[in-house]
Each structure stands twice: as structure tokens, then as C-alpha cells.
Design a protein around this ligand. Structure first.
Ligand code: NI
Length: 169
């Protein structure tokens, strides 16, 4: 297993649209393991392959308290969403230290393959629903700050670039 470096906003690679995973093979299973380990190490509740510079449709999520219920979603497809939407506070491992409100569907139904290649349907509400929508956005090249006002986004961009420059010194 290996820890993978996480891309930080505004890295242009975060805007890449992911391609479907062609086959759930040994390479993909290893990627699932590495991404899960990377997510736990970074204390995140979700990680999309896009964030580790792999542009294939793969997400790992764990919203459990004990951090022992990792979910792998390969080629996730939204098949239903609730009419109700709510504003939730979100953060992202690619935008460290920034939290802001984003409107998401209260509930979603998603079809995806698991790490064994088995097609499953997941019904999600609450935090899991928010997390799935956030991570599926990454696969479309969308970071949550895109939902904020241009003014806020620019302020975040400036802050991130400054932090990255300081880290390089
Ligand atoms: Ni994120």
C-alpha cells in the first residue's frame, strides 16, 4: 500500500473529466487500497481518483465514526435524486482548511461497481448523500468552491496559492 499525493486547488488537473474504469482489475484494486489508505491518513471522509491525479471514475468514501466502513464506488451513476435540497457545510482534502455551504440533494440513489466489480445500488441520505455528490463532482472536474461566489472563490485561490508558495520554501 502507498500514500498518494493529493492535488490542491487551484491545480488545473482538478478540472479534468474522468474516464470510466474499463475493468476492475489488479491495478484498480491496488488503486482502491491506496486511495482508502490516503483518505484515512488525511482524515477525510471521501476521496476521488481525480484528487490523486488519476482520471478514471473511482471514489472511496467512509462516513462511519469508527472509520471501518470504506465504500468503493467505481463508475458511479446517479439514477435518482430527491426533489428536496439542503445547504450543507463542506470541506475538501484538495482545499485544506476551507469550509463553506453548498446546496445538495437530500437523498440520492447511485449505481456503481464495488472493488470486486459487482454492480450495486446505493441509497444515500444525510452525510453519505452529500459526500457522494461532492466526490462525483470531482470526477466531472468540479471542486466544491465552484459553487461559491467568484469573489469568495478568488479569495480562496489567493489563500491556497500563498500557502503553497510558503510550503515550497
Ligand atoms: Ni473534495
Amino acid at each position: 500500500m502507498a500514500l498518494l499525493p493529493i492535488l490542491c486547488f487551484p491545480d488545473p488537473r482538478l478540472y479534468t473529466v474522468a474516464k470510466p474504469v474499463a475493468a476492475v482489475d489488479a491495478r484498480i484494486r491496488a488503486l482502491c487500497r491506496d486511495m482508502t489508505e490516503t483518505m484515512y491518513e488525511a482524515k477525510g471522509i471521501g476521496l476521488a481518483a481525480t484528487q490523486v491525479d488519476v482520471h478514471e471514475c473511482l471514489i472511496v468514501i467512509d462516513v462511519s465514526d469508527k472509520r471501518d466502513q470504506a465504500l468503493v464506488l467505481i463508475n458511479p451513476e446517479l439514477v435518482w435524486r430527491s426533489p428536496e435540497r439542503h445547504l450543507n457545510e463542506e470541506g475538501c482534502l484538495s482545499v485544506p482548511g476551507i469550509y463553506d455551504g453548498v446546496e445538495r440533494f437530500d437523498a440520492v440513489r447511485v449505481r456503481a461497481c464495488d472493488a470486486t466489480g459487482q454492480l450495486r445500488t446505493i441509497e444515500a441520505t444525510g452525510l453519505l448523500s452529500v459526500c457522494i455528490q461532492h466526490e462525483m463532482d470531482h470526477l466531472l472536474g468540479r471542486v466544491f468552491v465552484e459553487y461559491l461566489s467568484p469573489l469568495k472563490r478568488n479569495r480562496i485561490k489567493t489563500k491556497m496559492l500563498k500557502a503553497q508558495r510558503e510550503a515550497e520554501r
